[in-house]
Design a protein around this ligand. Sequence first.
Ligand code: KG4
Ligand code: ZN
Length: 344
Amino acid sequence: MANRSLILGIETSCDDTSAAVVLNGRTVLSNIISSQDNLHQRFGGIVPEIASRRHLEIINPIIDEAMAKAGVRFSDLDGIAVSYGPGLVGSLLVGVSAAKALAFSLDLPLVGVNHVEGHLYANFLTGATISFPLLCLVVSGGHTNILYLEGHGEIEVLGRTRDDAAGEVFDKIARALELGFPGGPVIDRLAVRGDPSSFSFPRALMGEEGKLDFSFSGVKTAVLNCIRREMEKGKNVDLHNICAAFQASVVDVLVEKCLLAARQKNVKNFLLAGGVAANSELRRRLRQRLEPEKMEVIVPPVELCTDNGAMIAAAGYYRLRRGFTASYDLNAEPSLNLESRRNC
Ligand code: KG4
Ligand code: ZN
């Protein structure tokens, strides 16, 4: 690859349409993100057909805007990276089709990126020096994983959720409290002024010695039942307190499992990634628990935690450097696995 490598990254796996231009996998020249939150708000969750239709309407203007903001021409690019799974099939197809069309017409290498791996690469856009082996907690609306990497792309999944993803539970609790969608940011804000010990919610799988899996369906049911009980009693649910107590129960489990993983593996860097990585309490507590263990905790800025094209361009750059390119039969893979051997 040339010394100066410009990658266009395209992300449409869920409800954000994004395109970005990244230099050498490290420097963001542009990162345009169009959120569909206002379209899905009134449904309390993402409606797949609405999401894919909106991606289709705006993908080309978003790509043009990313190129213009970066101040580069299509002929300056060295590759096109696209998130091709996991995600919503109709949404993924829009990005994959746009990426294939561009790669074909510009005669550029095309590279397929696993969306979850993409989240991890947001950390490479922070300017931090990152050394392998490393650990990463990826926690989003669809995933909760503790990953161990010996090198670029050499991913071992040490822990995963056995049921709901952490972000999904934030969204469901917010929906029950009529706080809108997505739920994470608003619960985060309300929790700041609440008392986390005002309610006691379960912390699942904490007792399983050495185990790094998660389970969040128990806490979800407990919080939903608590909201219902308070309403039946005719009480006004104290939003600050219930959000603080719920958030603490999720953050406690995430942080303790990360500490367990850090003690099992000898690494210098612990990375945080995914939409829930924007959570202020998780960021604070992870640092507080891991830094005394002589571990550097790297946390991307909030705008690089949620879905974006820059993280896909960064991950794509490192895949291209290792010689991977996709052929034009690259397809959307809604259930793409992190550990599957991929050569695209
Ligand atoms: O990574 P992402 O943009 O999309 C997926 O790949 O799922 O993550 C979106 C998730 C949503 O569930 C949203 O509620 C959650 O991230 N989220 C947060 C915060 N900001 C976004 N959760 C907790 N605290 C936040 N500040
Ligand atoms: Zn995501």
